[in-house]
Ligand binder design. Structure first.
Ligand SMILES: Nc1ncnc2c1ncn2[C@@H]1O[C@H](COP(=O)(O)OP(=O)(O)OP(=O)(O)O)[C@@H](O)[C@H]1O
Length: 248
């Protein structure tokens, strides 16, 4: 079964002249680490926002673990999916523990069990010494790691991350990537976006390259590289399919 299936997805934002998504179709198998790749403005964040139920598609279908992303399945999907947005979604004036307790409560977790899970995850992400520090005192990498913890308190079987390694230092990035591999090895599916193609090549079992709201190509990174005789890595493949023209 697919963890994610997107079929003929269209999205036109209110007031926009052109659709952002133009019949986007792809699917990722359960248990994969999938990369949604594409140039600036390709529609990656829009797609992720629709997948997570934050933005409504103009038309098309989205299935999460076989459930259609609609009002009838919203609660079931909420339990199965964890979302790490591009922008830090934490309260700056609250400490890490206060933030994470708030997010745990949203999923119905309380008391000692929640506290233990928060402390376990803070330690796993190297943040245990900063448990009671306010988020606005965190570095960029610390904020990003805390943002990930907020999304996995309820142990979602599908974790969706929008550029989780953008703008963080090498140490934080290495820790985040190690975490993603471990979380996946526990049987969970991962979908992430990135502009770092070397990273995506080594992390992902499957990638979908999108451009201008459409799927350009999908497959295993090594296979995609192998299929094109002039390409040595995923960046070559990406440029082969999306070209060299700037998007701004
Ligand atoms: N809320 C919005 N209202 C109107 N247009 C939007 C909105 N959000 C995104 N867009 C437009 O949709 C297009 C795709 O944006 P989106 O953020 O989905 O792309 P992306 O692939 O994630 O890009 P990037 O790599 O730059 O993050 C862009 O042209 C953007 O201006």
């Amino acid at each position: 079964m697919s963890s994610i299936a997107v079929k003929e997805l269209y999205k036109t934002y209110t007031g926009a002249e052109e659709p952002t998504l133009k019949g986007l179709t792809f699917s990722f198998r359960k248990g994969s680490i999938a990369g949604l790749l594409g140039p600036n403005g390709a529609g990656k964040t829009t797609t992720i926002s629709i997948l997570c139920g934050l933005v409504k598609a103009s038309s098309g279908e989205v299935l999460i673990n076989g459930l259609s992303q609609d009002a009838a399945h919203r609660e079931a999907i909420k339990q199965q999916i964890g979302v790490v947005p591009q922008r830090i979604a934490l309260y700056p004036q609250l400490s890490a523990v206060e933030n994470l307790t708030y997010f745990g409560n949203l999923y119905g977790y309380r008391g000692k069990g929640l506290k233990a899970r928060i402390m376990e995850l803070l330690e796993a992400f190297g943040l245990e010494k900063s448990a009671d520090k306010e988020i606005h005192k965190f570095s960029g990498g610390m904020k990003r790691r805390a943002n990930i913890i907020a999304a996995i308190l309820h142990q979602p079987s599908l974790l969706v991350l929008d550029e989780p390694t953008a703008g963080v230092d090498v140490q934080s990035r290495s820790m985040i990537l190690q975490f993603l591999r471990e979380y996946n090895s526990q049987g969970n599916s991962i979908l992430y976006t990135s502009h770092l193609l070397e990273e995506a090549q080594s992390l992902c079992s499957d990638v979908a390259i999108v451009d201008q709201g459409r799927l350009i190509v999908q497959g295993n990174p090594d296979q995609l590289i192998h299929d094109l005789p002039d390409c040595e890595n995923l960046e070559d493949v990406f440029l082969h399919y999306t070209g060299h023209a700037l998007r701004d």
